[in-house]
Each structure stands twice: as structure tokens, then as C-alpha cells.
Design a protein around this ligand. Structure first.
Ligand code: LMR
Length: 395
């Protein structure tokens, strides 16, 4: 029976990263997976996380299962981090959350809840979106429509087209939004645009589902949450999939959280009970290590300050790299790359053809996704000239 299953191709992102790892060219440039890398090309452990880890090694006395909602202090810490200390929804007690295995696990729990509430519900996804969204959410039986989002000609959001398309989203529909640092394009909604999306959600009754994987890597922890918090103040219902992979560097620890904003506390409790049952069905209970580290950092003011300052430097470095890249690319190609500076977070589309991307891989060992999405955080002082010159050659 099992032998009938064919060999599948590797994942387009993870598979490409493996090809890049195997490339022995000392000049290779890895701009594939969305991982923050420092000047030495290393994905660092945050100092605060390292300290929390040392404390945990000293104190941990058991490896017994966690309860299905996760580490006790983790959920309140994440709720405040995502929604902000001043959140009315939090004060009104209409928020619940469950720890989940990474941002993907958080998305999956959100999808399970949507499917339970409305089997086969329609989820509106941006064009383009992270390639895993559709298989991940679709595997529970949800259906999809796309709304236009990124405009390659302008390298920005085509908001008129987005609004036009979202006029088709009604009560019972879900609209998946990237909370900040859009993956793959890096083009985010402005404050005014978030407010218009809020108007539409209020008038039309759709429920926003926010993928919030990059808080703190665009403009800062609070600034990146502004759009989402605006919606949370206005709307009765919302789901948020938050991740600690990038902003705490806990990638391999699979640490995330699904937050539910409900019309009242009773509904929030009901959603949490549903989420616990969904988790039991899928993976039983979440992994402990990452959430113990995150909750230790979030509950200790000195560790929080240390973490936030390191995250702030990372964010500043990414924005600095964006500026450097604009200047180097403009100098080497004579073309306009100003859009890279305006975009947020780890990603930008360079606007190269798939042939040009392939030539960069084959002839220069420069690796980016086939769509020409680059991970800006893979650029550093040692590879930036080679990268800009290689791009100039393929252009
Ligand atoms: C990415 O888009 O590169 C990251 O979100 C990592 C992943 O799982 O694809």
C-alpha cells in the first residue's frame, strides 16, 4: 500500500536552503529562509534567552507534560506583548490564548477553530502570501479566495485593488492579514489602510485572522502591532497567530501562541476549550522549552529590557542593511531600488525574473527564492558588494 506514494519534491524554501548549505563556493550568499543572521552569518541566541536557559537548567525539576494550554505564564505574557498593556479587549476579559508549536502550530489551531465554527469557511489570502498558508490552513478543509495585494510595478501595496477584492468578503468569511513585515513582499499597510480594513470588517462582518510572525522586526514591538491593535479595539472577533521564532530567536523551539478575541469572556473561554480539544487531536500538548524561556524573559523586567534592546538592535540593523542595499544596488545597476528601503522586516522582492534568479544560483552561488524574495537579514558587510555586483551582472 505505502509503496504507491510517489517521491515529492523538497519544500521550495527549506529545500533551497539545503541546496545552498551544500554549495561549497566560499562566496555563496544565503538569502533563502527567513532567519535573522548577524554580521558573521550566524543566527544568534539572544543574551536574555541564554540567561533564561541557564536559570532553567538550574531550576527545572520535571519534564512531565505541560497542560494543553501550555506554560502558565506564557499566555498572559504573550497577550500583553501582542495586544499591548492598554488593550481594552484584555481589560474586558474577552481574550484567551493557547500556546502552540511555533507560528505554524498557531495558524493550524486557528484554522481548526474556524473549521469547527464554520466547516469549509472561506479564507481570503493576499496575493502573494507565504506559500505555506494555503496547504497549512487548507488541510483542515477551509476554502480560499485571494485578494490583490502586491503590485510588482510599484513594488508596493495596491490598496485600491485590495479594497475592491475584499468587498466580496462577508459575514462568515475570514481575512488573513500579515500583522507586519509581509512575507514575502515586505510591503505593509499604513495606519490609514488598517483603519479602512477595520471599517470594512465592521460593515461586512468578516473576521480578521492575523499572522503575526515578525513583531519587532519592522519598526519595533509596539509600532509593528499598531494595525492589529487598532482592529482589536474595534472588532468583536479576531484570531491572531503569534510566533516567538524570529523576535526571540526561538526558531527550533517551536514557540507560538493562538490568541482569540471574542465578543465576551464566556465566548473567549469557549474558544479556548475548543482550542484545547483541537490541540489534543493534533499534537496533544505543546513543547515546553521555548515557552518556558519566553515566559521567563517576559516576566523578569531586567531580562525583558535586555531582550528588547537586542531586538531593537536587530531591527535597526535590518533597516540599515535595507539602506545599504539600496545604495549598492543603485550604484552597481544604475536602476532604482529605493523600494527596498520603504519595505519592512526580513523580506523584499527584488523584481528579478526566474531565469535571472536561476543564473544567480548557478553562476554566482547567490540563493534567493524563485520569486526573487530575499531575506535582507542574510546580507552583511562581507557579502554585500559581491551580491550587488552579481545582481548587476544578471540584469
Ligand atoms: C520563511 O518564509 O522563510 C520562514 O517563514 C520560514 C519558513 O518556515 O518558511
Amino acid at each position: 500500500m505505502l509503496e504507491a506514494l510517489p517521491l515529492l519534491p523538497d519544500d521550495p524554501i527549506l529545500g533551497l536552503a539545503a541546496v545552498c548549505r551544500a554549495d561549497e563556493n566560499p562566496k555563496k550568499v544565503d538569502l533563502t529562509v527567513g532567519i535573522y543572521m548577524d554580521e558573521n552569518g550566524v543566527c544568534p541566541v539572544f543574551e536574555a534567552i541564554q540567561q533564561a536557559q541557564n536559570m532553567l537548567v538550574e531550576r527545572e525539576v520535571s519534564k512531565a507534560y505541560l497542560p494543553p494550554a501550555g506554560v502558565a505564564g506564557f499566555n498572559p505574557g504573550m497577550q500583553k506583548l501582542v495586544l499591548g498593556e492598554g488593550s481594552t479587549a484584555l481589560a474586558d476579559g474577552r481574550v484567551s490564548s493557547i500556546q502552540a508549536p511555533g507560528g505554524c502550530g498557531a495558524l493550524r489551531i486557528g484554522a481548526e477553530i474556524i473549521q469547527a465554527a464554520s466547516p469549509g469557511a472561506r479564507v481570503w489570502v493576499s496575493d502573494p502570501t507565504w506559500p505555506v498558508h494555503i496547504p497549512l490552513l487548507g488541510s483542515v478543509g477551509l476554502q480560499f479566495s485571494t485578494y490583490r495585494y502586491y503590485e510588482p510595478q510599484t513594488h508596493g501595496v495596491n490598496f485600491d485593488a485590495m479594497v475592491e477584492d475584499l468587498k466580496g468578503a462577508g459575514a462568515g468569511d475570514i481575512v488573513l492579514l500579515h500583522g507586519c513585515c509581509h512575507n514575502p513582499c515586505g510591503a505593509d499597510l499604513s495606519k490609514e489602510q488598517w483603519s479602512i480594513v477595520g471599517d470594512m470588517a465592521e460593515a461586512q462582518g468578516f473576521v480578521p485572522f492575523i499572522d503575526f510572525a515578525y513583531q519587532g522586526l519592522g519598526d519595533g514591538l509596539d509600532a509593528d502591532a499598531a494595525g492589529l491593535r487598532h482592529l482589536a479595539e474595534r472588532l468583536p472577533e479576531m484570531i491572531i497567530a503569534a510566533s516567538c521564532s524570529k523576535n526571540m530567536g526561538l526558531y527550533r523551539e517551536r514557540t507560538g501562541c493562538t490568541l482569540f478575541l471574542a465578543k465576551d469572556g464566556k465566548s473567549a473561554d469557549a474558544l479556548l476549550s475548543q482550542a484545547k480539544v483541537a490541540a489534543r487531536r493534533v499534537y496533544s500538548m505543546p513543547p515546553a522549552h521555548g515557552a518556558l524561556l519566553a515566559s521567563t524573559v517576559l516576566s523578569d523586567s531586567a531580562l525583558t529590557a535586555n531582550w528588547q534592546s537586542e531586538l531593537h538592535s536587530m531591527c535597526g540593523r535590518i533597516n540599515g542593511l535595507r539602506s545599504d542595499l539600496v545604495e549598492k544596488l543603485q550604484a552597481s545597476t544604475g536602476r532604482d531600488f529605493e523600494f527596498i528601503r520603504a519595505e519592512k522586516g526580513m523580506f523584499s522582492f527584488l523584481g528579478l525574473s526566474s531565469d535571472q534568479v536561476q543564473t544567480l544560483r548557478d553562476d554566482y552561488s547567490v540563493y534567493m527564492l524563485g520569486s526573487s524574495r530575499i531575506n535582507v537579514a542574510g546580507v552583511n558587510a562581507r557579502n554585500i558588494d559581491y551580491l550587488a555586483d552579481s545582481i548587476a551582472k544578471v540584469l
